[in-house]
Design a protein. Structure first.
Length: 288
C-alpha cells in the first residue's frame, strides 16, 4: 500500500503548483460546502477563541481557514519532489539566531505551532542549519501513511524521532550539538503529561515533554512562527524563548510558548489548525 501511496503522490507532485492549486480550490468547495469536514468543531473553536467577533466574522475566518487547509494538502503532496531551492524561494525571514547559537557551539530546540505550512517549514529549516537536524513527530496509526510521511519529511536529511520514544531517538546525539524542531501545541494524550495555561480564552493542556527535553541538556529554546503571506509564499520568524531553560521557573518556557502562539493566532486567525480537537481535556483545577 505504501508504494501505491508514494507513486500517486510523486506523480501528482510533478505538476506545477498553479495546477495543484486548482485541485485545492475544488477540495475547498467539497470540504466546506459539501462534506462539512469538522466544520462544527472549527466553528465551536473559533467562537470560543473570539467571543468578541460576530457570526459573519467567524464565518469569514472559517472559510479562509478551510482554503488554507486545502492548500496545505496539495503543498504536502508537492513535498514528495520539491527541491531545496524551490523551498527557499517560497520563504522569507531572518534565520541568523540559529547561526549565532551554532557559532557558540550550542544546539537548540525550535518549538512551532500548527501554523500553515509547518511541513514546508520543517523542510526549510533543514536547509538553514549546519548541525544534525532532528524532527520530533507523532506517528500515524496507518502504517503505510506513516511510512510515506517519514519519507517525504526526511528527504533533505532530517532525522525523524518518534514523540512516543524521544529519549531513545535522541540518545545517539546527546554528546554533540543538534537542532530539534517539534510542533509543540499537540494535545497531550494523558492528563499527567500536561501543564495548563490560559490559551484562547480557555485553560489548555500543553505537553510537558518539549520543555523537559530541553531542560535535560540545558538546550536553548527558540520559538518559530510561520505566517502565510499569500498562496505558496510564507514568512518564518524566530524568537529566543530561553537561552538557559534550567534557570527558568518550571513550566515558564511552556507558558511563554503558549503566549507567543496565541499572539500569532490572534494576528492571523485563519493560519492555525482549528479542526483539531485541541480542547479534549477539561481543566479540573490541576496545578502545574
Amino acid at each position: 500500500m505504501y508504494r501505491i501511496y508514494f507513486s500517486l503522490c510523486y506523480l501528482a507532485s510533478l505538476l506545477p503548483l498553479r495546477v495543484l492549486y486548482v485541485f485545492s480550490d475544488f477540495l475547498y468547495v467539497m470540504v466546506y460546502y459539501v462534506t462539512g469536514y469538522r466544520k462544527k468543531v472549527v466553528m465551536q473553536n473559533l467562537k470560543q477563541a473570539f467571543p468578541e467577533k460576530s457570526e459573519e466574522e467567524i464565518k469569514t475566518i472559517a472559510k479562509k481557514y478551510f482554503r488554507n487547509l486545502a492548500d496545505m494538502v496539495v503543498e504536502t503532496i508537492k513535498m514528495t519532489s520539491i527541491s531545496q531551492k524551490e523551498i527557499n524561494k517560497r520563504f522569507s525571514g531572518d534565520m541568523s539566531i540559529l547561526n549565532e547559537l551554532e557559532k557558540q557551539g550550542r544546539g537548540y530546540h525550535i518549538h512551532i505551532g500548527h501554523n500553515f505550512n509547518w511541513e514546508w517549514g520543517n523542510l526549510l529549516l533543514k536547509t538553514k542549519v549546519n548541525i544534525p537536524f532532528l524532527v520530533t513527530y507523532m506517528p500515524l496509526s496507518n502504517p503505510a501513511a506513516n511510512k510515506l510521511f517519514l519519507k517525504i519529511r526526511s528527504r533533505f536529511g532530517s532525522v525523524m524521532v518518534a514523540a512516543n520514544d524521544v529519549q531513545k531517538g535522541m540518545k545517539p546525539w546527546q554528546n554533540k550539538p543538534f537542532a530539534n524542531v517539534l510542533v509543540a501545541d499537540q494535545n497531550p494524550g494523558m492528563r499527567r503529561r500536561a501543564c495548563w495555561y490560559p490559551f484562547l480564552n480557555k485553560m489548555t493542556a500543553f505537553y510537558k515533554g518539549p520543555e523537559l527535553s530541553a531542560r535535560r541538556g540545558n538546550i536553548p529554546i527558540v520559538y518559530g512562527e510561520i505566517h502565510k503571506v499569500k498562496r505558496g509564499k510564507y514568512n518564518f520568524t524566530l524568537e529566543l524563548i530561553s537561552n538557559n531553560p534550567t534557570e527558568e521557573k518550571e513550566w515558564a518556557v511552556t507558558g511563554k510558548f503558549a503566549q507567543l502562539l496565541e499572539k500569532g493566532i490572534r494576528q492571523y486567525p485563519d493560519n492555525w489548525v482549528w479542526s483539531h480537537r485541541r480542547w479534549k481535556h477539561e481543566w479540573k483545577g490541576e496545578l502545574n
